[in-house]
Design a protein. Structure first.
Lengths: 442, 55
């Protein structure tokens, strides 16, 4: 009796643990699949030297400013791990003033006033968003997909799961093409100048994010975006079947490979009719799958699907995005220095590249070489100057933020040396300003 | 007396380059009497801690 009771307890415990493990495993699996979808998609976009936007959105444009509070080495790690960078701390949106100069010799008509980005994204007098924007083309990407076992390319478009469902297949290989792609951008120089003005106007806010201890913060500014209006998905059934036995409802794609009736003499006409009927049925299925509607019957934003080709073991679909959505961007990063000042712009792509370590070292060596030259100039001039000029140099050093408080004459060089930092491009620039000032006649 | 840190990025190409950069920087920074009192070698940089020697 006692043994029987212990056995029941044991079974109950094992069952409880199994249920718990299943529940937890299910959650983890679901989360990891979403993460994998994000990463797989982003890796394909990164292959084209574009930083992925995830999730795809309409609401990102050149001049957008983001705050980045993750160290570069950690960013590289996260970018490698997740495939994309979180654009979650959206500080502000500048309206780039450099568009006119950037585009007026190429994409603008003479004598026409343009308001960008609106006149390229939503041109007046036409129902074709983005049509006037510069076009871009991307290569097609191959992938394999397996139901229930994850995909080695999980894409945020409906075409893949719908196509897989149409073929009633558990495995497929295919390609995805990013079509109807457009780009819109502005030059870094004009945007950086605007950013400097923006930083001066918001210096109090940026001062909160000045370097503290080992923490350095950055501003990330978008200079170019890439949008797509259509993605084409082609799937080839890669599952292996035996005997052609269908259990339950036959797969829809069989509708276009139905057997010919035996009691007809006009084979070609019957074949054509069969194919047309099957095609129409499939198109309806695809459109129903792709057109989500709200309660009022309006098609919801997002992609709409259209069948472009089908056979017994393959299906091709176009997924349209109206209006086009942004899937990638380029930009630059600036260090937020002391007092909210900005460092030099560094392309975001370079920051995320592991070879950036080489760039950092090179930047340090350049800063050291130039900075020591400026420092030695200041020291030489200072030691030879009159008391009045020395005082003026000390005052100038305070105004440039190279020393934080007034210091005595004999301590000035020693205190100034402590603020020397070859990693800080802004500070090196200020040393140059002070060196020039010290070289001027009294 | 106060201590302050400085950082020298590591050269991914050569340890000799990193060593030379660290030594050149220490020579420059201690020229007026400040002292190198500590250091930390991290994966991507060397952190140097100096003491200003003031009382």
């Amino acid at each position: 009796m006692h043994i029987k009771s212990r056995t029941i307890d044991l079974i109950q415990n094992v069952f409880a643990i199994a249920v718990l493990a299943w529940a937890c495993g299910g959650c983890a699996s679901s989360e990891s699949q979403v993460q994998k979808a994000a990463k797989d998609w982003c890796m394909t976009i990164r292959g084209s030297q574009v930083i992925p936007v995830y999730p795809l959105t309409e609401d990102i444009q050149p001049g957008d400013i983001f705050l980045v509070q993750v160290p570069i080495d950690k960013q590289q790690e996260l970018y490698k791990l997740n495939g994309f960078l979180a654009l979650d701390n959206h500080l502000d949106r500048m309206n780039p003033t450099g568009y006119d100069r950037f585009y007026d010799h190429s994409f603008f008509m003479k004598g026409v006033t343009n308001e960008l980005p609106r006149d390229l994204i939503h041109p007046t007098g036409t129902n074709q968003p983005w049509q006037l924007a510069p076009h871009v083309a991307f290569p097609s990407y191959s992938f394999t997909v397996r139901n229930g076992a994850g995909m080695n390319l999980a894409v945020p478009v409906e075409g893949v799961p719908v196509g897989l469902s149409l073929m009633a297949s558990d495995a497929a290989s295919g390609t995805i093409e990013i079509k109807d792609s457009y780009t819109l951008g502005v030059d870094t120089i004009s945007l950086y100048q605007q950013l400097e003005d923006w930083a001066k106007a918001n210096a109090d806010f940026l001062a909160y994010f000045s370097p503290s201890g080992k923490q350095t913060n950055y501003l990330r500014v978008v200079t170019r975006i890439y949008a797509t209006g259509k993605m084409s998905v082609s799937l080839m059934d890669a599952s292996s079947r035996s005997g052609g036995l269908d259990i339950g409802v036959p797969k829809p794609v069989n509708l276009i490979s139905t057997a010919l009736p035996t009691n007809t003499t006009n084979t070609s006409e019957t074949t054509l009719q069969n194919y047309t009927n099957g095609w129409n049925t499939l198109s309806q299925i695809v459109q129903t799958a792709g057109a989500a509607k709200d309660a009022a019957g309006n098609i919801l934003p997002g992609g709409s699907l259209r069948l472009t080709a089908a056979s017994a073991r393959s299906v091709s679909m176009d997924e349209s995005f109206t209006p086009p959505i942004v899937f990638g961007y380029l930009g630059f990063d600036c260090i937020i220095a002391t007092n909210g000042e900005l460092g030099a712009p560094i392309p975001t792509y370079a920051v995320l590249d592991s070879s950036y370590a080489q760039n950092r070292f090179t930047q340090f060596m350049n800063g050291f070489r130039n900075g020591t030259y400026y420092f030695n100039t200041i020291e030489t001039n200072y030691n030879a100057d009159s008391p009045a000029k020395k005082e003026a140099i000390r005052k100038q050093a305070t105004e440039l933020g190279l020393i934080t408080e007034p210091v005595a004459d004999e301590k000035f060089i020693r205190v100034l040396r402590r603020s020397f930092d070859p990693n800080d491009a802004v500070k090196t620039r200020n040393f140059k300003t002070l060196a020039d000032f010290s070289s001027q006649a009294p | 007396m106060a201590q302050y840190p400085k950082e020298v990025p590591k050269s991914p190409a050569s340890c000799d380059e990193t060593l030379k950069a660290v030594l050149d920087f220490v020579v420059f920074q201690t020229k007026d009497g400040d002292k190198l009192v500590d250091h930390q070698v991290l994966p991507d940089k060397v952190v140097l801690k100096f003491d200003d020697g003031e009382k």
